[in-house]
Design a binder for this molecule. Structure first.
Ligand code: MG
Ligand code: MG
Length: 631
């Protein structure tokens, strides 16, 4: 199958759109009628522009309200079709794209509609053209692809075929099995879109909520598997209407689009165990075995204060970098790199963002393969400057310009700490923190789908449905991505947060931070009471939780009053789900707006969503981030 995109997916004028589409590596395009009408040049100019950009025009769509017109309007409708053929001819393309009629006076009846398509097919044949019929989910008489196929079948012309659009099929939850019975040479185009689970009318959902494959909840691999059974090898074209993409950069959206299609083709090939396109196959998506280290960039003058916080949380310095002002801190399986080197990537990141997480390293089975996959999916690889004898750890640019490193156990990369750092011991005076539980990133609302796709296309990951969390300043959308959790590893848990209101904590973080980044890191302990008590004893200030929260806990849980008193004294929040219990507590924020979370997860699988609004209100009460004091 060949990748394509409709101009309607992205913002800008037709020229900007086509340039962005070509730059993203597409070689075929569907021109949306409105884009052509609004363009000041002639159709021949558009044809030339596409030629220059090496873009093949599949069609100029749509052609509306064709079939079933009553006798007195029928001739006029065929005349309109002839004008559309003229246009397609000038554009140098041959597919008339008919979407099912919405005309209130359109007549029904499968043979009546088939007769219209037979006649249109004959007229098209006389001009060397083809006709494709798409059932809109909100079509008047034809809203099911199976009915569209029956009409096309009865029209019985080799140049009349069907257009399949995953939105119209999956928004209506239609059975996919009939797709398998359609001969490949009668499928003239396949359009792909995903969409989130939403209860709303089909038209509004289509016009505003379509998204790229992997960003929504459709079973697109199921669709592709049925399509593959037909032997279809034609165009696979993105057709996405989405308000966020209309507000986004044409280049970034086109690139995301291509990334999503390549990822879908790859996923389908993997599922079927054979290639479904002629495109080169990609290395497998990486299963994350764990977070190898988290790197903070800290100004030299702030370093002592920052390291004092780590020490108060039970971390010990376990190594110094051989050539740079970089230290390594550890506790349990957690490794934190504190980078105050005065040049290079971390320094540049520090200048823009202040004290912050500038990189995270993920432990995967094969680091080089992970980076090769990233490069094939158009992610930006990063090569850092390293001193003599040091390792170059493969990395790609992640959120807000931060880095995602890949480390594996199979190569020298797994020994980065021994190679790059003087040896040191992790002390035994820890606070019981054992591993990284989750990493929470805040970003612009408009970027959320893009970063979701970044992670889900790169990693073997699953996403949970997007959730709305109440912040005193508005609503925050939260989306969880998990990788490797069911493989017996620590895995990776990521939480992406974005907010449309500028008054939420998440949005303020993005503003204060001059961009998107890691807002908090949650660390696991097996005994949160002991851990938090030790941290408080060492001078770490925890986020104060109001007494009302604990009164409410008493009213809605089985916890004893003694238990609740203990949680209250330590500002620990509580939740439970079918899997078990969950405890969480937060430090107050550091100067960059970053904070740590401490969690105890006893079989619980969530993220404490019921407590998020309590935490956000507590943070809002404290006001602007202060420097976290430590003894
Ligand atoms: Mg469509
Ligand atoms: Mg959290």
């Amino acid at each position: 199958m060949k990748t394509s995109i409709a101009t309607v997916c992205i913002s800008g004028n037709l020229h900007d759109k086509l340039e962005a589409i070509a730059a993203a590596g597409f070689r075929a395009v569907e021109i949306f009628e409105n884009d052509l009408i609004a363009y000041p040049g002639s159709p021949r100019d558009v044809r030339r522009m596409c030629n220059d950009l090496d873009l093949r025009i599949i069609t100029c769509q749509p052609f509306r309200d064709f079939e079933g017109m009553p006798a007195h309007k029928r001739q006029r409708t065929f005349d309109r079709a002839e004008r559309k053929f003229d246009l397609l001819q000038e554009l140098g393309t041959d597919l008339l794209f008919v979407c099912s009629s919405l005309a209130p006076d359109a007549e029904a009846g499968v043979d009546r509609l088939a007769a219209d398509f037979a006649e249109l097919g004959e007229r098209a044949a006389a001009r060397g053209m083809r006709v494709g019929f798409e059932a809109l989910a909100w079509g008047l008489h034809t809203w099911d692809y199976r009915d569209a196929w029956e009409i096309v079948r009865r029209a019985n012309r080799a140049n009349v075929g069907i257009v399949l659009d995953t939105f119209h099929i999956q928004a209506r939850d239609l059975d996919l099995s009939v797709i398998r019975t359609i001969p490949a040479d009668r499928i003239f185009l396949v359009q792909v879109a995903d969409a989130p689970k939403l209860q709303m009318d089909y038209l509004s959902r289509s016009r505003h909520w379509r998204c790229m494959p992997g960003q929504g909840d459709f079973d697109l691999v199921g669709f592709m598997t049925a399509l593959e059974a037909t032997g279809y090898r034609g165009d696979l074209s993105l057709e996405i209407f989405n308000d966020r993409f209309r507000a986004g950069s044409p280049r970034a959206v086109a690139l995301d689009g291509h990334r999503s299609l390549l990822s879908l083709l790859d996923e389908t090939s993997r599922y079927l165990g054979r290639p479904v396109s002629d495109l080169p196959s990609l290395p497998a998506p990486a299963i994350v075995h764990g977070v190898e280290f988290i790197e903070f960039t800290v100004l030299q003058t702030n370093r002592a204060a920052f390291e004092a916080v780590l020490a108060a949380m039970g971390f010990s310095e376990s190594g110094r970098h051989l050539t740079k002002a970089v230290s390594l801190w550890g506790q349990g399986a957690i490794r934190i790199v504190v980078n105050s080197h005065n040049e290079g990537f971390a320094q540049a990141y520090q200048t823009t963002h202040g004290t912050s997480v500038c990189a995270m390293a993920l432990r995967v089975p094969d680091a080089q393969a992970a980076v090769a996959r990233a490069a094939a999916l158009f992610d930006a690889p990063h090569t850092g400057e390293v001193g003599p004898g040091e390792l170059t750890i493969p990395a790609v640019r992640g959120l807000g310009g931060s880095l995602v490193y890949f480390v594996d156990g199979g190569s020298a990369l797994g020994r980065w700490a021994e190679v790059d750092f003087t040896p040191g011991e992790i002390g035994d005076h820890g606070a019981g923190l054992v591993s990284v539980d989750h990493i929470s990133q805040s970003m612009q609302y408009e970027e959320m789908l893009s970063w979701l796709l970044f992670y889900t296309s790169l990693l073997e990951a699953r996403k949970t449905p997007s959730q709305a969390v109440l912040d005193p300043g508005g609503v925050v959308q939260s989306q969880v991505i998990e990788s490797g959790l069911d493989q017996g590893h620590q895995g990776l848990r990521l939480v992406l947060n974005g907010s449309q209101s500028h008054r939420t904590l998440s949005a303020q973080f993005v503003t204060d931070f001059f961009g998107s980044g890691v807002q908090h890191i949650a660390l696991n302990t097996a005994d949160i009471r002991r851990t938090v008590a030790m941290m408080i004893g060492n001078g770490v200030e925890m986020l104060p939780i109001p007494d009302n929260y604990y009164d409410d806990l008493e009213a809605r849980t089985e916890l004893s009053s003694a238990d609740i008193d203990e949680l209250k004294a330590l500002n620990i929040l509580y939740d439970r789900d079918a899997g078990g219990e969950f405890y969480q507590a937060y430090t107050i924020t550091l100067d960059g707006g970053f904070f740590f979370e401490i969690v105890q997860r006893d079989g619980y699988t969530g993220y404490g969503a019921p407590n998020a609004s309590i935490r956000l209100a507590a943070q809002a009460r404290l006001g602007r981030p202060a420097t976290m004091p430590a003894k």
